[in-house]
Unconditional design. Sequence first.
Length: 129
Amino acid sequence: MLDGQPLDRPHLHQLRRAPPQVRDPTGVEAATSVALALASSPGMSATSASVLHAGANVSLRLSPAGVVARVVAEVGRWRDDDGWPDASRDVAVARAAAAHGGPVIAPLPAPVGGPQRSGGRIVSLWEAG
């Protein structure tokens, strides 16, 4: 019996197999590596990152560059479009709002601000505010 239900022979393997090892369940380590590498490529100095938020996206403050990286983490693994449409929309809306004096934190100028594909992730770089 498992959870009050009889367990038939085809499902016995579920009890015998060890659970998979999950090294970085939230994707923070991978997101940090990708963001630091990408931020260093356009000539910024980014040597460390602090996590501001970790969820479907990981937001990192990159130092000493003074920018925030937003890395599509979980949603990109579940969707066929890897999160590109949402990231593109977010950057476009923020750029348009900033251009018209809206109260937003703007992405860095294109193409540096992104979004960009790097290390299998979608990354956008934003002003730290």
